[in-house]
Design a protein. Structure first.
Length: 79
């Protein structure tokens, strides 16, 4: 039996997200097979997404799980 390769596509983009409560979080989003951050947010069926290496509340290096319904805006950084 051959070992399985890594089945997940890893394509990280830095994004800045503002939530309804005013919180701003900057972190890395794995957009996977999507071409752009915009495409990920419009087409991904997942209700939640994960930002890794996130910065908020004066802390960094966090992993944050965010509900898409709580987003006011999202801005991709120029990587």
């Amino acid at each position: 039996m051959e070992p399985m390769g890594d089945a997940w596509v890893k394509k990280f983009k830095t994004v800045k997200v503002k939530l309804k409560d005013g919180t701003i979080i900057i972190g890395k989003l794995n957009i996977g097979e999507y071409a752009r951050v915009f495409d990920y947010f419009r087409s991904s069926p997942d209700q939640y997404f994960i930002l890794s290496d996130a910065e908020h509340d004066e802390q960094s290096g966090k992993v944050v799980i965010i509900n898409k319904n709580e987003i006011v805006w999202a801005e991709p950084a120029t990587d």
